[in-house]
Design a protein around this ligand. Structure first.
Ligand code: HPA
Length: 267
């Protein structure tokens, strides 16, 4: 059965995107580089959660980027806004229903591993999800995927190879590591960061993992990149603010946009 949301979008555009890109902090301007076919605000879509986070606009942009059919999510929704993991999963399934086969996720994250520095890009090669509710809790919808999906290659191997190659070719330094999602919205304490470090997490954030799990479940290929907007609490003796995240994200924005565009071109 077609969801109300799919029906609403299909009445506006019959464009079929192959690639979806969820734009994290600092990447919103990528939207200006798409030749748009349609723009649809989340608030106009029936039962669609709306973004309340600062600098997250809240619309789908359908169009061509580097010759590929894409849909951008300019603005994502987070658990800390009061949405459930299931509501976030439904957005990923909507992308699947629209025809998407590849999902590129981006975010701003706090660096835990001291080999990372502010402004670095980190390819997410694995994640830790045990601090959030799984988006797959509840009756399984077999139309989307299996009850117990394998997560051994949550971030697609070939896509990881391609992303590394693209970064290397374009002289963009790309580190790699494990990302852990917490619910937020408060930043972590120094003790929490020590714990996450002991668990082998390299970077921490408040998004992406829920989206990845839902995407892997329904058979999308996932690639994800963090921009290290700050070192996590307690790594160095410096208080954190949401503003620092925004400033670092804006500074890294042009390089981040270039990296994503080159990835799309190479796909
Ligand atoms: N912690 C959690 N989420 C974040 C951080 C952080 O330090 N930086 C950007 N998003």
């Amino acid at each position: 059965m077609q969801s109300k949301q799919l029906k609403y979008i299909k009445e506006i555009t019959d464009f079929t995107p192959e690639i979806a890109i969820i734009l994290g902090s600092g990447l919103g301007e990528l939207a200006n580089e798409v030749s748009p076919v349609a723009e649809i605000e989340y608030k106009d879509i029936p039962d669609m959660p709306v973004s309340t986070a600062p600098s997250h606009k809240g619309k789908f942009i359908f169009g061509k980027l580097e010759g590929k059919n894409v849909v951008l999510m300019q603005g994502r929704v987070h658990l800390y806004e009061g949405y459930s993991s299931k509501q976030i999963a439904d957005i990923i399934r909507l992308l699947k229903d629209l025809g998407v086969n590849t999902l590129i996720l981006t975010n701003a994250a706090g660096g835990i591993n001291k080999e990372l520095s502010v402004g670095d890009f980190m390819l997410i090669n694995d994640h830790i999800s045990c601090f959030i509710d799984s988006p797959l809790i509840g009756a399984n919808n077999e139309n989307y995927g299996t009850r117990f999906p394998d997560m051994s290659n949550a971030y697609d191997k070939d896509l990881k190879k391609l992303i590394k190659k693209v970064a290397y070719k374009n002289n963009i330094e790309l580190k790699e590591g494990t990302y852990v999602q917490l619910k937020g919205p408060q930043f972590e304490t120094p003790s929490e960061i020590k714990m996450l470090s002991a668990l082998s997490a390299d970077a921490v954030g408040m998004s992406t993992v829920v989206e990845t799990i839902a995407a892997v479940h329904c058979g999308l290929k996932v690639g994800a990149i963090s921009m290290i907007s700050n070192m996590a609490c307690g790594v160095y003796d410096k208080p954190l603010s949401g503003e620092d995240v925004t400033i670092a994200a804006e500074k890294a924005g042009p390089q981040f946009r270039k990296l994503i565009k080159e990835i799309i071109k190479a796909l």
